[in-house]
Design a protein around this ligand. Structure first.
Ligand code: ADP
Ligand code: ADP
Length: 225
């Protein structure tokens, strides 16, 4: 699914250089559920931005679903991002005037999909996250965990090969957080490839593989039973 080889990211601010990622090698196979965990400043956001095709590395090669993405222009990256990655963010990023089903349909409208197929896909995605009886609720009428599950459905609806979740439980109480992680686990059992980025070790332990990052380097890579 994705392969990073010798990836480095160096930020230059005036005369100061920060090596945010130092020669990272990382392979994620189709169907995996991987957590990338590390303390503040370890390089997680930088790695998430590279995996998510939001930024390009200073050095190294990155292949995503058969495409070499390390050398693409911003426009090419945007196209890859829209096709290949379903994003889930800490802040849900739902539109408050739209219902759950309308929020899930929105990215499909941008893709030019017709109304019937949009509705079918949105319904299927919301059913996968257990919200088939909340289709017409607005975000303000849903719990935090339900709002994040709408965001997961939105990420799923375009059928991307990779789901990338950035601190998906960061804004949630522990009960809602568990509900969201259970939803991600279930999607993984159905075959979806998930990369989750978090500073929270307990959250990371819900994944099937845990990669620890520290000072821009991978310090351990552990598969759970
Ligand atoms: P984390 O997400 O784990 O907190 P980051 O990837 O945000 O870590 O940061 C890794 C290192 O890179 C930190 O030392 C940070 O100060 C530095 N850094 C991150 N983004 C930038 C930037 N845009 N410009 C300069 N330095 C940056
Ligand atoms: P943090 O993890 O620090 O709270 P965010 O999750 O808000 O940061 O964003 C992580 C990265 O993803 C940032 O580079 C940000 O610009 C980008 N980003 C945030 N929201 C979106 C979005 N809706 N679409 C595309 N990129 C986004």
């Amino acid at each position: 699914m994705l392969n990073m080889s010798n990836i480095s990211k160096i930020y230059k601010t005036g005369a100061i250089e920060v090596i945010a990622l130092n020669k990272i090698n990382l392979t994620v196979e189709e169907g995996e559920f991987v957590a990338i965990v590390g303390p503040s400043g370890s390089g997680k956001s930088t790695l998430m931005n590279l995996i998510g095709c939001l930024d390009t590395p200073t050095q190294g090669e990155y292949w995503l679903d058969g495409h070499k993405v390390s050398k693409l222009s911003d426009d090419e990256l945007a196209d890859i991002r829209n096709l290949k990655i379903g994003f889930i963010f800490q802040g849900f990023n739902l539109l408050h005037k739209l219902s759950a089903v309308e929020n899930v349909e929105l990215p499909l409208i941008y893709r030019g999909m017709n109304a019937k197929e949009r509705q079918e896909r949105a319904l299927r995605a919301l059913t996968k996250v257990g919200l088939e009886n909340r289709l017409h609720h607005k975000p303000s009428e849903l719990s935090g965990g339900q709002q994040q599950r709408v965001a997961i459905a939105r990420a799923l609806a375009g059928d991307p090969p990779l789901i990338l979740a950035d601190e998906p439980t960061g804004n949630l109480d522990s009960v809602s957080g568990k509900e969201v992680l259970a939803s991600l686990r279930e999607l993984n059992q159905q075959g979806h490839t998930i990369v989750l980025i978090t500073h929270d070790t307990q959250v990371a332990e819900k994944a099937r593989r845990i990669i620890r990052i520290q000072d821009g380097s991978i310090v351990s890579d552990e598969r759970m039973g």
